[in-house]
Design a protein. Structure first.
Lengths: 323, 499
């Protein structure tokens, strides 16, 4: 009896393993196919110049998506990232002009972390659902952003700051380099560290995490602080690219980040999915955006495309969980 | 096709495959009108698959389903429902936030909404009252389902099935959440249904129950039909042998273990309206049973002494030293562990691998400068897999895919790894097949042989009597009696449980 049962489960495992590999193999495959498609329409697609373009455009989304993914893995969600991006980088720009570049950058990061601390605490200790906290936060923080400079942009940023947006390291645009570093760090964080493991546990089953002695409030708050810092970093990069502090940046970024995460296999229920998937999710969205731009497709059409992709991605995710 | 012998349901030569697994292999099953037919088998035997095919959740690769002499193909559960097949699952099909009558009418609102789809609430309420009266179930149609106890929710599910004119009602482990008294009520209800010609497929691990209620019993093992017998033609030993394929020795393997000094003591634990002045002492090497009916406060007590719930007053001592236990982390540091009733929601993170679950309560042991030693983790998990005989193809498998018994072993492994000396088991063997139950009992015996203390919470009196040294009986939040296992029996326990 033992042997046949074991054999059954072994075979089951092999097939299920295949199912899992299937899914993580399909994403790179999609990227390759899309690339080929776009290349055939416009040869410029595969040029180094275009790659550098893609990299610059994608870095902002990539960094925010990392923060979003970690929050979702830990069982939450952060709709306020776009607004945090705006507020933190606006304050950073202002401080940069007044006190110097590094002072400004540091301030921006602190603002991002601080907002994360507040939302995280309201969510974790106040037991307000993350969706609600960050939805309200999204609007309130945007309001604060407009109030901060009465809606006017901050100009006159130090020249050295431009490097963040336009510089290159070994041919790789600086934003891309930062994004890659953040991805690597996030990947290692989620797999190798205790905090990362606890994120998965809390998102996977909160009750079990509690009964295993994990301080769930602490780690939920940490996930939000990380999300805030990621929003701040990407805000800084975007600000460097447009060389001014704009209170309007980041609209819709949180949703894009969520879309990228879901496409990459992160489950909105939490506790499931990985940073590698998010990397591919971001890449897919970026390539589609870039390819459609090269094809001169209107941005309204692109919105339809983006929205549809999210729906399709979740559909496949649910479909494969069925049997 | 003529319907001889009055079969209401026939399942012939059914075969169901999943990727790489043959869940049902040429299985036959039949059901007469007004029959109570028990379905027995270990976890993984195929019972769940069989009833899912009958109720339209799955489609078989081969075989036929015949209802009242007519061959049927169900493409979805709705079609099965329309053919009179209702299933009462362990997780009921009720919407917690809606009231009783809304739940009864769920999906059938068209029956009471004649004008523009507006619900005739008064009619709904009255007809629900009638329905409930017909089965002697006293419920307020306006009461919100969430507030009903589990037992009432289950009976409501059955009422729903009757409302849908079920000809066949499938019950999956109905007694798992019922007290003895509530179970008697369920038996009465089932016999009532039987006299109306409704047939019942009854799945349960409790063989004693099957003898109380069933007319025939079918045993599955590894997806195959082992045999169908009239209940009078067979006895427990034969059934067990059919289920496990080998004769089981005495289940509990109770050995004499040297009882040591005081290990864990609680004094006057109080929690307003929930726990009243609970005191007891657990010694090294001892298995202390805590039993009582559903709602007696057993789980609440466990959670309180584990720090999962707040208490109003009370002292906890470990080896005669007072300790502060106000959250699970404290408890764990004091070497207390809690294996909860619901292992899927409190014992395990289903989406996580076996190895990650095993180390979850003591991850600090493997962490240096915030980094987890993954290699050591795998070694430790492998050790536990061997020591506890956890059946899994590999350690990376999500615990979601393990059978109930093996899931429970992972939970136990987790707490052994956390260096626990005091183990609190809450309904340790619920939803686990006999073979695995014995393994769990053996594991518990191993723990106490090494000097640990075990608090064993169970509402199954036979189990409590089989494995414990002393027994505390709880009722309405307080301890009513303490027995030494040798000086008590099921009757005495029950008497103490209903005071």
């Amino acid at each position: 009896m033992l042997t046949s049962k074991m054999r059954n489960t072994e075979i089951n495992q092999k097939n299920l393993n295949n199912k899992i590999d299937w899914r993580s193999a399909i994403l790179p495959l999609i990227i390759i196919l899309m690339s080929m498609l776009f290349y055939s329409v416009n040869n410029n697609f595969l040029s180094i110049y275009n790659f550098q373009n893609i990299t610059r455009q994608v870095s902002v989304l990539a960094i925010i998506a990392v923060g979003q993914s970690l929050v979702i893995i830990c069982g939450g969600i952060d709709l306020s990232q776009g607004s945090v991006m705006a507020l933190s980088s606006l304050i950073a720009a202002d401080f940069m002009v007044k006190y110097g570049m590094w002072q400004g950058i540091l301030t921006g990061l602190i603002v991002g972390a601080f907002i994360g601390l507040i939302s995280g605490t309201i969510y974790a200790k106040g037991k307000v659902p993350a969706f609600v906290v960050t939805l309200g936060g999204m609007t309130a923080i945007r309001g604060l952003t407009f109030l901060y400079t009465n809606g006017t942009p901050v100009v006159g940023l130090p020249a050295s700051f431009k490097f963040l947006g336009f510089g290159k390291i070994l041919g790789v645009p600086f934003p891309g380099a930062i994004a890659i570093m953040i991805f690597i760090f996030a990947f290692l964080f989620s797999r190798w560290t205790r905090t990362g493991r606890y994120f998965y546990a809390i998102g996977g089953n909160e009750e079990t995490a509690i009964l295993s002695g994990i301080n769930i409030s602490k780690y939920k708050i940490i996930s939000f602080v990380i999300s805030g810092i990621m929003a701040a970093i990407s805000g800084l990069i975007l600000t460097a690219r447009i060389t001014s502090g704009q209170p309007t940046i980041g609209e819709g970024m949180a949703l894009q980040a969520i879309a990228a995460s879901v496409i990459g296999g992160i489950s909105l229920k939490g506790g499931r999915g990985g940073i590698v998937g998010t990397f591919f999710g971001v890449l897919i969205l970026a390539i589609i955006g870039n390819g459609l731009n090269l094809m001169r497709v209107s941005s309204f059409t692109q919105m339809v495309v983006n929205g549809s992709i999210v729906i399709v991605a979740v559909f496949f995710d649910v479909y494969y969980k069925k049997d | 096709m003529t319907n001889d012998k009055n079969f209401i349901l026939e399942v012939k030569n059914v075969r169901k495959e999943f990727p790489g697994v043959l869940a049902l292999d040429d299985v036959n099953f039949d059901l007469k009108a007004g029959e109570i037919h028990a379905l027995l088998g270990e976890n993984g035997a195929g019972k769940s698959t069989l009833i899912k095919i009958i109720s339209g959740v799955y489609k078989a690769e081969a075989g036929e389903i015949i209802i009242d002499g007519q061959k049927k193909i169900f493409n979805n559960p709705h079609e099965a429902l329309n053919n009179g097949i209702s299933t009462i699952y362990q997780e009921f099909n009720l919407v917690p936030h809606m009231n009783v009558s809304e739940n009864v009418y769920l999906g059938k609102e068209d029956v009471i909404s004649e004008r523009f789809g507006i619900l005739d609430r008064r009619k709904m309420k009255n007809e629900t009252k009638e329905l409930l009266n017909s089965i002697n179930l006293s419920l307020n149609p306006n009461e919100i389902v969430k507030g009903l106890g589990i037992a009432k929710q289950q009976l409501l599910s059955i009422a729903k099935a009757i409302f849908r004119k079920a000809k066949v009602i499938i019950m999956d482990e109905p007694s798992a959440v019922l007290t003895a008294k509530e179970f008697e009520y369920l038996l009465k209800l089932i016999r009532g249904l039987k006299s109306e010609g409704i047939a019942i497929i009854y799945i349960s691990h409790r063989i004693e129950e099957i003898f109380q209620i069933a007319d025939r019993v079918t045993v599955l093992r590894n997806g195959k039909l082992i045999g169908t017998n009239k209940i009078n033609d067979i006895d427990i030993d034969q059934l067990i042998k059919m289920m496990v394929g080998r004769r089981l020795e005495e289940k509990y393997h109770k050995a004499t273990v040297k009882i040591g000094s005081d290990l864990f003591e609680v004094e006057n634990i109080n929690r307003k309206n929930i726990l009243k002045n609970i005191s007891f002492t657990l010694r090294e090497g001892e298995i202390l049973g805590i039993t009582g009916l559903v709602g007696a406060g057993k789980t609440e007590l466990a959670r309180a002494i584990f720090g999962a719930d707040k208490i109003d007053s009370g002292i906890i001592k470990i080896k005669n030293e007072v300790v502060e236990i106000d959250n699970p982390s404290n408890a764990i540091n004091n070497k207390i562990s809690f294996i909860p009733e619901d292992r899927k929601n409190g014992g395990l993170v289903l989406e996580m691998s076996v190895k990650h679950n095993i180390t979850l309560a003591n991850l600090n042991q493997l962490v240096k400068m915030s980094v987890i030693n993954l290699k050591k983790e795998k070694e430790i998990a492998r050790e536990f897999k061997g020591k506890l005989s956890i059946k899994t193809p590999n350690l990376e498998r999500k615990t979601l895919y393990l059978s109930g018994g093996n899931q429970q072993k992972v939970v136990i492994a987790k707490w052994i790894f956390a260096d626990a000396r005091i183990f609190i088991f809450d309904e340790a063997t619920r939803g686990i097949d006999i073979g695995a139950k014995v393994e769990v009992y053996d594991l518990i015996m191993d723990l106490v042989k090494q000097g640990a203390g075990v608090i064993f919470i169970s509402s199954e009196f036979e189990e409590i009597l089989g494995i414990c040294d002393r027994i505390l009986v709880m009722s309405k939040g307080r301890v009513t009696k303490e027995f030494n296992v040798k000086e008590t029996d099921k009757e005495k326990i029950l008497k103490a449980a209903i005071i």
